[in-house]
Write a protein that binds this ligand. Structure first.
Ligand SMILES: Cc1cc2nc3c(=O)[nH]c(=O)nc-3n(C[C@H](O)[C@H](O)[C@H](O)COP(=O)(O)OP(=O)(O)OC[C@H]3O[C@@H](n4cnc5c(N)ncnc54)[C@H](O)[C@@H]3O)c2cc1C
Length: 379
């Protein structure tokens, strides 16, 4: 990938910077749930109104058809402006691209607009109590009922389900076939009494994720994505977009947090401490490696039309670097980072989940070993 900006790319960046200059996201509110979430939703609406919710989407679907370099500029500028992760991040980065790859034109027409505007929030109903890393072991059942499907089962760790209108749901439609083959990918309407959402409170004090109890929920046959029995392949598209797309956004967040920590350390005269400076320097190098690896992930999208398994490497590197960063913050800033309710205290506690969410580090290492390095399968 050529990282030198063309005239068009410079113009894109300048237009975006001018937009951010006129649309300051303002200071980040505390992680008292509704306050923080409302900030993210409101800012996504502003991005949408300005035509900036998903510039990497094709023009016919409401994006700007941004090139890969422009997409990279977009994420960097979001970070620079200290803009929040959009409220509908799962729709924008996972659901939308999955529909564009596997959905019918009617589904794209129906669903993509409200994802962009944050009018309809999406969540990801993949994990179950006994199916996380081994997703294909999932037990939630969908049985046909005329043209519809009736779904029964339980999902867990469903981020944002309490705000969501649609759930990307993978369910078993053929209990007799091989476990990867009998799955189907659905879009489930969350607004029905047969879907119960129960929040799970995290160590940070907020409840980002939930349990879903599904007892005979109805899904229209029109809301099957990619064909009955093809759910495994469609789910992989979602997961690859999660690791590559989200990781690109997250590496920008890592840079921002590291810059904050360097500023805090400088204000305390800690940059003269060789050990502190050395550890901050090492994190700076990791942040740069991560940035360039994320760019390489974008090149894979250019070559193959969708993200490759390299996204797993970026997600693995990001999660470990982020945990190292917040740990260093706790050591350098002491009490301030260890008190609940402070921004650094929040980051320290929230980072514990980084090596689990979106695929655990062990699973990502397996993917990198087998599918990037071509090593023999372990099992
Ligand atoms: C903050 C957060 C948000 C989340 N949001 C969502 C969401 O929105 N939607 C959703 O569907 N899920 C979500 N998840 C769930 C997440 O995807 C799962 O937690 C993850 O896939 C791991 O599954 P599990 O928890 O069942 O652990 P398990 O799969 O039971 O794993 C337990 C341990 O065993 C290890 N292990 C398992 N298999 C192997 C193997 N083959 N080789 C080596 N080690 C292995 C794992 O690495 C882990 O350390 C979220 C999780 C978190 C923490």
């Amino acid at each position: 990938m050529d990282l030198t900006f063309s005239e068009r790319e410079t113009a894109f960046r300048d237009e975006l910077r001018a937009w951010f200059a006129a649309n300051d996201p303002g200071p980040e509110p505390p992680h008292v749930e509704e306050l923080h979430y409302a900030w993210r939703r409101d800012f996504q609406r502003r991005l949408y109104e300005g035509g900036w919710a998903a510039p990497h989407w094709p023009v016919e679907h409401g994006g700007r058809g941004a090139t890969l370099t422009e997409s990279a500029i977009y994420f960097e500028e979001l970070g620079r402006a200290r803009a929040p992760l959009p409220a509908n991040v799962l729709g924008l980065l996972l659901g939308g691209p999955t529909l564009m790859a596997w959905g019918t034109s009617e589904q794209c027409e129906r669903f993509l607009g409200p994802i962009l505007s944050a009018e309809e929030i999406w969540c990801q109903g993949f994990s179950e109590p006994e199916a996380g890393s081994d997703l294909a072991a999932l037990k939630t059942r969908a049985v046909p009922d005329g043209d519809d499907w009736i779904v029964t089962g339980q999902k867990v760790w469903t981020s944002g389900a309490q705000h969501s209108k649609w759930c990307m749901l993978v369910a078993r439609t053929d209990p007799d076939g091989p476990k990867h083959k009998g799955l189907t990918y659905f879009l489930m309407d969350m607004e029905q009494p047969e879907v119960q959402v129960r929040p799970l409170r995290q160590i940070t004090g907020e409840a980002e994720f939930n349990e879903l109890f599904i007892e005979g929920a109805r899904i229209s046959g029109e809301h099957v994505v990619g064909g009955v029995g093809n759910g495994w392949k469609v789910a992989l598209t979602t997961l690859m977009n999660e690791r590559a797309g989200l990781a690109f956004f997250l590496q920008v967040g890592l840079r921002r947090l590291l810059d904050d920590l360097i500023d805090e350390a400088a204000a305390r005269g800690l940059l003269d401490d060789d050990v502190a400076a050395d550890r901050l320097g090492a994190l700076h190098v990791k942040a740069e490696i991560l940035r360039l690896t994320a760019y390489r992930g974008l090149t894979a999208v250019e070559k193959y039309g969708q993200p490759g398994p390299e996204g797993s490497l970026t997600k693995w590197m990001w999660s470990e670097s982020n945990q190292e960063l917040v740990q260093l913050a706790a050591e350098l800033l002491g009490g301030e980072a260890l008190v609940a309710g402070t921004p650094w205290g929040y980051e320290l506690l929230r980072a514990r989940g980084n090596t689990i969410e979106g695929g655990t580090t062990e699973i990502l290492k397996n993917i990198v070993a087998e599918r990037v390095l071509g090593l023999p399968r372990a099992r």
